[in-house]
Design a protein around this ligand. Structure first.
Ligand SMILES: C[S@@+](CC[C@H](N)C(=O)[O-])C[C@H]1O[C@@H](n2cnc3c(N)ncnc32)[C@H](O)[C@@H]1O
Length: 424
């Protein structure tokens, strides 16, 4: 299929008020093409050098037609690409896509004038994403729509298969539809959070309202038929038929409902290997923003660990898993590290600190580390911008950023993870 056919097939036909012809200069950090010229336009699904026709919509633009396609354009792997909001970049040949993704990390560091060795992008898509959030809503008539959210919208794009998901999630669209038939009574949207675990699928339902006896019985029957491990509503168990657990190193974690997990198993493995390699022979390590413990539990195979996170169910799950035979002691702490970062006295005795904060970064904790005597900081980040900001704070405390490894577990998206190793 050529680029013109691709555009015609995938982009909704509209009658634009003002069409414009632009040339795309580069792909920006959110995955949209940035049109060259005085009035900047952000255009989805395009590539550098392409000439395209667009219609402006506020700060963004709608792609109407590809007039001159890039030789780097390839056929997307999914028929929903272009309407589903999940993927931004299935249409770019691999080498250029990888260079762009690594470039996101390089640019963020350059903006803060931070110099460091940046390793090649590590591919961590592996067997695919192990978590998915489906949305369901009853339409104007009686029909129920289930699928993913559209691009920059709350509309639901009906989906029946997604090539980016792990095989354990292959039935989520059918299961989601069946759950929605039971629970979607009104116009209210339903969010269905699926996680693939070793015990089967774990489903946390949000937005359904209370689930009484009759609906519980229907969900229990569905769970048995579909071999779901557990169904919860906003974290409260409706039915559990198996343990939704995952092995982490020598330990096994029973996942709390809707718990944070790295997007792919390969991503978790790649990040954990980088953390373990950087930790080296450290004898006591603090794992801050530890979640259910993908780093803490592996580190505990060789060192004492102090693990902290604000999510109490995740910390409790980690604490229970850390009792596995053969692990060194893991001390756990439930704490808001934005408001109350660990201070130098609390980190005394630690040779290294691992940080893995959410997108906001770890500004307060970085300030405390800058004041501490800790020799090594291993910073795992999902936001190159906040990582670069915190790296500057660490540098002000005498740390040198030795190397940064970008990790791609969100293939086809504009997200990138990284591991930065600091020493002093
Ligand atoms: C990117 S996740 C990393 C979790 C874990 N390291 C992993 O790899 O699965 C970020 C973690 O930060 C935690 N978190 C978010 N805000 C926090 C805060 N203010 N204080 C402490 N932890 C927080 C979340 O609960 C989550 O577990």
């Amino acid at each position: 299929m050529n680029a013109r056919e691709w555009t015609a097939r995938r982009l909704p036909s509209i009658a634009p008020v003002m069409n414009e012809r632009v040339v795309i200069d580069h792909v920006g950090h959110q995955g949209d093409g940035v049109a060259a010229g005085a009035a900047k336009a952000f255009v989805p699904y395009v590539l550098p050098g392409e000439t395209v026709e667009i219609a402006r919509e506020g700060g963004h633009a709608r792609l109407l037609k590809i007039l001159r396609a890039s030789p780097e354009r390839i056929e997307p792997i999914c028929p929903h690409f272009g309407t589903c909001g999940g993927c931004a970049l299935q249409h770019w040949q691999e080498e250029s896509y990888r260079a762009w993704k690594r470039g996101l990390v390089m640019d963020a560091l350059a903006r803060e004038k931070i110099e460091a060795e940046i390793a090649p992008l590590a591919d961590a898509h592996g067997g695919g994403r192990r978590r998915a959030v489906l949305h369901a809503r009853r339409g104007e008539g009686k029909e129920i729509k289930t699928g993913f959210a559209g691009r920059r919208s709350h509309s639901i794009v009906p989906i029946d298969a997604c090539p980016v998901l792990a095989s354990g999630l292959s039935r989520v669209f059918e299961i989601g539809r069946r759950v929605a038939e039971i629970l979607v009574a009104k116009e209210k949207p339903l969010d269905l959070h699926f996680t693939a675990t070793e015990g089967g699928l774990d489903l946390d339902v949000r937005g359904s309202g209370p689930v009484g006896e009759r609906l519980t019985a229907l969900l229990a029957r569905l769970a048995a038929e579909e071999k779901l491990a557990r169904v919860t509503r906003h974290g409260e168990t409706i039915v559990q038929l198996a343990e939704p657990s995952l092995a982490i190193g020598r330990a096994r974690v029973l996942l709390p409902p809707g718990a944070f997990l790295q997007a792919t198993q390969a991503g978790e493995d790649a990040l954990a290997k980088l953390v373990l390699d950087a930790a080296g022979k450290a004898k006591k390590i603090a794992d801050l923003f530890c979640g259910v413990g993908p780093f803490a539990l592996r580190l505990a195979e060789r060192a004492k660990v102090l693990a902290a996170d604000s999510d109490e169910p995740a910390v409790s799950a980690l604490s229970r898993a850390a009792k596995a035979p053969g692990l060194k002691p893991v001390e756990t702490l439930t704490r808001d590290l934005f408001r109350r970062p660990l201070v130098a006295a609390e980190l005394k005795g630690c040779d290294a600190v691992v940080l893995d904060p959410p997108r906001q970064g770890a500004e307060a904790q970085a300030r405390e580390l800058a004041r501490s005597k800790i020799g090594k900081v291993i910073y795992v980040s999902c936001s190159p911008a906040t990582f670069a900001r915190d790296a500057k704070i660490l540098a002000s405390g005498g740390y040198r950023l030795l190397r940064v490894t970008p990790v791609d577990q969100f293939r086809y998206s504009a997200h990138v993870e990284l591991v930065g190793v600091f020493e002093r």
